[in-house]
Design a protein around this ligand. Structure first.
Ligand code: GAL
Length: 418
């Protein structure tokens, strides 16, 4: 009887120890990573990264916290509410530059991660201009997982060939090509600006075309005045180009617009190269069904959109957040994500053989071009400026009033940048 009782107690103790052991060794909590990569070519890249994370850290549960809407049109507001309300995720998607620094670093909401970059031996592995976009007063605050290009243009090769349209070489031949397609009854340019940023993104490429990269970069460091006549010229061209977009543009998302090209419904699409990732998910192959070029007038400039992830102060599980950061900082992480996402690695030692012909050409351009920060994707200027410019451009699409838009641009610049 006594023996039976002892066996029972020993079994209970062993079960208890096994439970405690399992819990501490196998389950090590969770990591909540926040982004807007929910679909249409974006989710596929993120899923590949999550898979890599799960392989490396099977004991950590990955919570994929996403809020749909291209370029963070909904996610950014949700994130801000969480951050300000003291309920941060463990890590979140944020663009390097003003979006990270003004909104979250200067306000004291982020932990510096410079020592982690050093500990992992990766600080010198990144393109330094890109990494600098995550720095403030000598410390780094986030890890760039990629570099996208905002001044990219994709086209349907079949539609161009059928209509005897050569890929344009400058803005004049581009507008001629749009007119020719229009006359042939083909939608020349696909646009989906139900969220305002895709139109602003076209405008930023035209700013670069007219100001040149130095002039454009000067808008953000005080060297270029906002009443420069090249800005007016960019508005004039924007107005011309807008005559050639699909009529239902204000009802469509960026994915819908890219899909118009893929379905032979439209010829060109000016879009960041996440559209390249999307075209591939839709089954197209670069150089076969679609071609690409920098937006006419902008070759030699690479307008940078860099997605980064950092460590918020008061992250619920900072140790697991560091595991996520270490994953995306690794060559393996970058080479897992970027070939799918349509972006190039922020690290310089990536395995180039993993990248398709479009991405290889983007890497070559990136190595040689002047880099400029994107307005539409938060890097060039504070959030207030972007919101105001989105409204200016959106109103301009309806009114076509160049002088009013030029005046508004100057006011937006004076209010938020100068
Ligand atoms: C950008 C982001 C890209 C892509 C795009 C469309 O802001 O940097 O990674 O997600 O929005 O959603």
């Amino acid at each position: 009887m006594l023996l039976k009782k002892n066996i029972f107690i020993i079994t209970l103790i062993s079960l208890f120890l096994l439970f405690v052991f399992n819990f501490s060794v196998l389950a090590q909590g969770e990591v909540e990573v926040f982004s807007w990569w929910t679909g249409g070519g974006e989710e596929e890249g993120l899923n590949a990264l999550i898979e890599l994370f799960n392989q490396n850290y099977p004991e950590v549960e990955f919570i994929n916290a996403t809020v749909a809407g291209g370029a963070g049109s909904n996610a950014k507001a949700v994130l801000k509410t969480r951050m300000v309300g003291g309920n941060p995720p463990d890590s979140f998607q944020v663009h390097g530059g003003a979006e990270l620094v003004n909104t979250y670093v200067e306000t004291g909401m982020m932990e510096p991660i410079t020592d982690l970059l050093e500990e992992w031996g990766v600080k010198d592995k990144f393109n330094q201009q890109i990494l600098e976009m995550s720095s403030y007063e000598g410390e780094y605050y986030s890890i760039p997982v990629n570099v996208h290009r905002s001044n990219a243009m994709f086209y349907n090769k079949k539609l161009l060939a059928e209509n005897n349209v050569e890929p344009p070489t400058d803005l004049v031949s581009f507008i001629d090509a749009l007119a020719k397609l229009d006359q042939a009854g083909v939608v020349p340019l696909a646009l989906g600006d139900t969220n305002k940023w895709p139109a602003t993104q076209i405008f930023e490429t035209l700013l670069v075309a007219h100001l040149g990269p130095e002039g454009y970069n000067g808008l953000w460091n005080g060297k270029t005045a906002a009443d420069n006549s090249a800005i007016r010229a960019a508005l004039v061209d924007f107005d011309k180009i807008m005559q050639y977009v699909n009529q239902d543009h204000s009802a469509l998302t960026w994915q819908d617009a890219t899909q118009l090209v893929q379905e032979d419904e439209a010829a060109f699409n000016i879009m960041g190269d996440w559209a390249e990732g999307y075209l591939k998910t839709l089954g197209w192959t670069p150089d076969q069904e679609f071609g690409w070029m920098p937006v006419p007038g902008t070759s030699g400039t690479f307008i940078v959109v860099t997605d980064t992830f950092g460590l918020p102060k008061d992250a619920p599980d900072p140790e697991n957040a560091k595991k996520w950061l270490k994953t995306i900082a690794s060559v393996e992480g970058q080479d897992t994500f970027n070939p799918i996402k349509g972006s190039i690695p922020a690290r310089l030692d990536a395995d180039k053989s993993k990248y398709d012909p479009y991405l290889t050409s983007a890497m070559n351009d990136f190595a040689e071009d002047t880099l400029s920060p994107s307005i539409a994707h938060g890097s060039a200027a504070p959030e207030g400026f972007i919101t105001a410019l989105n409204d200016t451009i959106n109103a301009f699409i309806t009114t076509g009033d160049v002088d009013q838009a030029f005046e508004n641009f100057q006011k937006n610049h004076a209010d938020y940048v100068e």
